[in-house]
Design a protein around this ligand. Structure first.
Ligand code: 5AD
Ligand code: FES
Length: 356
């Protein structure tokens, strides 16, 4: 490793911040040795906060109906080949009941921006779930909504909200989204969620079209400053019915490198080894954990809809029952010396508003 890289690595580990130029230099000049060194450091830091525990989130994909038309996404509004579905509150309750039985203590309700899910419907559902499972956390991942909506959902009992920022570079954001969507509104939503008291998750795809070392460096700077409670990063995987059908997928190597950096610059962050990572490599999720991730998200959706929630091609876990999916991940985690725990898995807050 060059002296430059070593000294940057040291500053990252000790100071938890670098300049945008330094992050970009780091990304452009990374070597397998540097990646290994950062992964070891990231695992040590994670171990100090979370031990060998891996948190699980039961992912319920409630709807693939979406008003947005993000250029990279398989469920974009203009994809006529997508068979649309939405789950009723009753179906969602059934998924949660099965999840609770299996030991999940966080439910993630994720879906497209589907107007069927009004505040009234969601608030009633959240209240019911919180009443029935008071020891569980509810995470929402339902895209951009109004401040008033986020507020009502929080008051109904939602604990966390995932809204990937997608990219911290405005021009890059605009190249991935139609004109109706704005970078400013995305960032505004994240701020509102934080202000309302949610545990907030941001994130981005690795290897999205047009991404450069510099746009990634800005993502890292954003994470360093925003200090999200959660951060979802996974490789971009092309979907045949999108504008980016012919683009290459992101790599496991770069995703894992970035997972390590994110753990080091914000130690308490809840960092999933995503399904997309498992999709591009058979051991992708294990590699993610060994790079500093500490969360996995097995699928709790009804098997009948899983194939339809196709943000990208060849997604894994679409044929499995929920129990199989959970057992599979438990075995995978055990094989690398980690243990899935039955726990809400809240962020260990110590470092949230300052440097740890
Ligand atoms: N490949 C990987 N991730 C994708 N997402 C959407 N489309 C793709 C794709 N083709 C991610 C986006 C979104 C999250 C729900 O899924 O980052 O925020
Ligand atoms: Fe879903 Fe392996 S994690 S089948």
């Amino acid at each position: 490793m060059t002296a430059d890289l070593s000294s940057l690595a040291n500053r990252l580990v000790k100071g938890r911040e670098l300049s945008i130029e330094e992050y970009a230099f780091f990304i452009e000049n990374r070597t397998p040795e540097l990646a290994q060194e950062l992964a070891w450091q990231a695992v040590e830091v994670r171990q100090g906060i979370y031990g060998k525990d891996v948190y699980v989130r039961g992912l319920i994909e409630i709807s693939n109906i979406c008003k947005n038309d993000c250029l990279y996404c398989g469920i974009r509004a203009s994809n006529k080949n997508c068979q649309r579905y939405r789950l009723t509150p009753e179906e969602i309750r059934e998924c949660a009941a099965e999840g609770y039985r299996l030991g999940f203590r966080t439910f993630v309700l994720q879906g497209g921006e589907d107007a069927y899910y009004t505040d009234a419907l969601l608030c009633a559902l959240i209240r019911e779930l919180k009443e029935k499972y008071p020891d569980c956390a509810i995470t929402l991942s339902l895209g951009e909504r109004s401040y008033e909506s986020y507020k009502a959902l929080k008051e109904a009992g939602a604990d966390r909200y995932l809204l990937r920022h997608e990219t911290a570079d405005k021009a890059h954001y605009e190249s991935l989204h139609p004109v109706e969507m704005s970078f400013e509104n995305r960032m505004e939503c994240l701020k509102s969620l934080r202000e309302l008291g949610y545990q907030v998750g941001c994130g981005f795809m690795v290897g999205s079209p047009g991404q450069t070392a510099r746009t990634l460096a800005k993502d890292l700077k954003f994470i360093e400053e925003f200090k999200p409670d959660m951060c979802g990063i996974g490789p971009f995987v092309p979907h045949a019915d999108t504008v980016f059908a012919k683009e290459p997928a992101g790599t496991v190597e770069l995703t894992c490198f970035l997972l390590s950096i994110i753990r080091l610059l914000h130690p308490p962050v809840l960092l999933p080894a995503t399904t997309a990572l498992g999709t591009i490599h058979p051991e992708g999720r294990e590699m993610g954990i060994l790079s500093g991730a500490n969360v996995v998200m097995p699928n709790l959706s009804p098997v009948s809809v899983r194939k339809k929630y196709a943000l990208y091609d060849n997604k894994i876990c679409t044929g499995e029952e929920s129990a199989q999916c959970k057992d599979c991940l438990s075995a995978r985690m055990r094989s690398i010396g980690y243990e899935i725990v039955t726990d809400r898995g809240d962020v260990k807050k110590d470092g949230r508003h300052g440097r740890v």
